[in-house]
Design a protein around this ligand. Structure first.
Ligand code: SF4
Length: 398
């Protein structure tokens, strides 16, 4: 598929990228269908980054004469065109360079020269009615299959470990290539350069994937007809298009927030209760914000939301002609130095402007990573736990 294929990707009713939701909450796909998929700036940005990433990865992996090879001139012409897009940034260049490099490292890691397929449409109908998906990069050789996915988002880190989207792609790839290439080992890999360094990988087997496929078939049979139980939860509801007005989510959060068992209990809550409350309230604040966003939209559309109305927010003042205003101030005797401040960019902002690679080469030796402020996260988080006791004894033999 051409680089331009990214923008034209269709969406299956039960999409692979939404599988983490409809596998858990089977009626969600049918409910979501009532709400338009409006897209977003982040999605458009992701599409552009994918187009650039694909060209760069092709140039890394294919030699002259190989199917999929792109001449340097053709690649540069396409890249120049994409670089002229409004959403293009220097950071995008760095991230896509890194992606191409990571794919090439995967390529080199095969025991024999692998076959490489970019932007490959995979038929998933063996598992999901009308299902299909498009894998960013597939590498096959020496009994190994690698499915690599480029994620340009920086909102939520995505792990390849039991990732249903990639597991579905792997099943599609096994169906497509399994008869030609015997496969015993499968690597699922995600490159999410704005949130994590390098390629995160998870290894599985065709047997584990096929067992997952059987589970998918059962869940998809329910999901395609909107059957099964609603199953609200912060993971699956986060990007669900029905999240603002879904009754199951509303009921769940009301229950979580207000229906705690009360009784004659001691005046101070225990650590056990604190953990329970935090976990119960996980999605409550997000749900309330989603609900407020929806209610504001309803008021603006002229609908009535009892007890609420839309008003004009606090405005801000803006120049109509900043250059003319500054000139008038200077003509009026205001010193130019009073009108400007010279301020260093933050480390992150400067790295973004300069580009990660160049920044590392020029100023990397002056950067040190200090530990972040302690943060409370769910037990499932991969980072090791810390305590202030650990800190106190750091470097001390006990
Ligand atoms: S908002 Fe949550 S509970 Fe409601 S349909 Fe979507 S995923 Fe299911």
């Amino acid at each position: 598929m051409s680089a331009g294929g990214h923008a034209g990707r269709d969406h299956a009713k039960l999409s692979a990228s939404g599988a983490h939701r409809w596998l858990v909450c089977t009626p969600s796909a049918a409910l979501e269908a009532q709400f338009p998929d409006t897209g977003s700036a982040a999605a458009a940005e992701g599409t552009l980054a994918h187009e650039i990433a694909e060209i760069k990865a092709r140039c890394k992996c294919f030699k002259r004469g190989e199917a999929g090879y792109m001449t340097k001139a053709a690649a540069n012409k396409k890249l120049a065109k994409l670089a002229a897009e409004e959403l293009h940034t220097e950071e995008m260049e760095t991230c896509t360079d890194e992606y191409a490099e990571e794919i090439y490292l995967q390529y080199l890691g095969f025991s024999e020269k692998p076959y490489v397929y970019f932007e490959t449409r995979l038929d998933l109908t063996g598992y999901v009615p009308e299902g299909f998906g498009t894998a960013d990069a597939i590498l096959i050789g020496g009994g190994k299959l690698a499915i690599c996915d480029f994620k340009y988002g920086k909102g939520v880190p995505v792990s390849p470990d039991h990732n249903p989207q990639l597991m579905l792609y792997a099943l599609g790839a096994l169906d497509k290539y399994g008869l030609i290439f015997p496969i015993t080992k499968v690597i699922l890999a995600i490159h999410q350069p704005r949130l994590q360094t390098g390629l995160a990988t998870w290894e599985t087997t065709p047997e584990e994937l096929l067992a997952f496929g059987e589970y998918v078939k059962e869940r998809a049979a329910l999901a395609i007809v909107g059957a099964g139980e609603y199953a609200p939860g912060s993971e699956q509801c986060r990007f669900c298009r029905a999240r603002q007005v879904c009754r199951a989510r509303a009921d769940h959060n009301i229950e979580m927030a207000f229906n705690a068992a009360l009784g004659a209990l001691p005046p101070i809550i225990t650590a056990q209760e604190a953990g329970e409350y935090i976990s119960r309230g996980e999605d409550v604040a997000k749900w309330l914000q989603d609900l407020k966003d929806w209610a504001l939209g309803a008021c603006l559309r002229g609908e009535e939301v009892p007890g609420y109305k839309a008003v004009e927010g606090r405005g801000s003042r803006e120049w109509t002609d900043q250059a003319a205003a500054f000139k008038a101030l200077q003509d009026g005797g205001i010193d130019e130095a009073m009108m400007y401040e010279r301020k260093a960019l933050t480390l992150a902002a400067l790295e973004k402007v300069v580009g990660k690679k160049k920044f590392g080469e020029l100023a990397g030796e002056y950067v040190e990573k200090r530990p972040g402020k302690p943060a409370l996260v769910p037990e499932s988080d991969k980072r090791p736990p810390i305590t202030s006791v650990d800190k106190a004894f750091e470097g001390v033999e006990v």
